[in-house]
Design a protein around this ligand. Sequence first.
Ligand code: HEM
Length: 511
Amino acid sequence: MDTLLNLQALPMGAAIGGPAVVVGGLTLFLIKHLVDDQKKKASGIRPPPEVPGLPVVGNLLQLKEKKPHKTFTKWAESYGPIYSIRTGANTMVVLSSNDVAKEAMVTKYSSISTRKLSNALKILTSDKSIVAMSDYNEFYEETKRHLLTNTLGTHAQKRHRIHRDIMIKNVCDQFHAQMQSNPTEAINFRKIFQSELFGLALKQAIGQDVESLFVEKLGTTLTRNEIFKILVLDPREGAIDVDWRDFFPYLKWIPNKSFENKIRKMYVQRQAVMEALIDWHKKRIASGQEINCYLDHLISEAKTLSEQQILMLLWEAIIEASDTTLISTEWAMFELSKDQGRQNRLLSEIQKVCGKDEFTEENLPQVPYLSAVFHETLRKHSPVPIVPLRHVEEDVQLGGYDIPQGSEIAINIYGCNMEPTVWETPEDWIPERFLNDKDETLELHKTMAFGGGKRACAGALQAMLISCVAIGRLVQEFEWRLNDGEEDNVDTLGITTHKLHPMLAILKPRS
Ligand code: HEM
């Protein structure tokens, strides 16, 4: 996942550009605040510490620099692992430690399981019609079962193995081809890996990669890049689009046309492309040609789901497979390219295990250092830094504090993975911290990167298989070094923590 795992809408500061009407709420706010304070004192309720903010807008202005996970982590140093902030009219409780996050995700799950979506996400997910954004209900249970049975569960991943093997081979072949035609030119890792990952996502979801597609509703033939933009890049950008009404629900009657038009356009285009893809493959199925893919499975097994629900589930499988695995693999290759000593250590582990043979999934249980590289990368560069907001459905206690019904909960995964009492020198990338005597090379949940409890990432196995085999093969086949100037180029972008600029690396094929 997890382009769509977003924190309400960002940048929060932009919300303040809303109408001046907001200021009219100032007096009301002060009176309400005073009354609430008195009520709390009288009832003996123990609320979490509050980060001071401004009247009406609360802490929104302090969050405008687009990296709330970092601000949340900084605040945790002063206010502790659990505190509350105000985003306009909403109260948000932020959890930044492993203990309290696990308490929320596992022990108190039933009180904290409803998703709280931004206006952009409500539209883009057809009002929670995908597994990851659904509330915990019958729809969720049924669709998660389909997703695991056909696509992401252990047996399903075995059946999709061929797509992963082809993907990794294609990536390596393209790097070799580029080396041959222009050995001194830096390669753009992301361009090649992202395109291959998208191909894998399409094969798992609809059974086939595409080169181009005629989309009747748009009256045109789209290239593969245009399809990728409409299905993945645009919704990823839309998911973090700001509608200031998210923060001031009492003003939802005021139109916000530019926001609505932009998100609607994304919705309409995505709908048209998905319908065209599905129609094309329905003809294939009708001609008797069945493929092991999610579409064929849903059409034959999910009789109670509507066509729109099936469309949304297929789109979910495509967008989720196309994003976060790229992020973790790119960051791992960045760290290894920067650190020749650790790259050599990984290479000798791989050579010891498979000699001159190609590194494959069968070798994964024998390479603890590769597993350590993967988990340390997920820890330091958590692709999903904040778990999608949840909503507290009844008064609940967390970390010894009372959280009132109606609060939003933000679980700061980045903060958990940077907790200094759990991780020594958390800012440093040290895979060795995951090496120990226990036989847990294939364990997926060594950090909070995949979330936890019932809603933990359903794609963790796929992400691990693709990322680890890719890292292993790329180090086995090439010597990696960063292009000049790359080392300081580490800023992040977006709701998943993409490296702001694609990594440029100089590769040398190993003899
Ligand atoms: C390194 C890669 C990945 C990371 C770090 C990651 C992280 C996460 C996180 C933090 C959650 C939210 C957990 C929660 O709400 O408590 C999640 C949920 C989810 N992820 Fe991933 N994810 C990754 C890859 C994938 C892939 C490749 C797929 C599918 C192809 C996927 C599918 C899902 C789904 C369906 C959910 C929702 C599970 C549920 O609500 O039951 N993820 N992921």
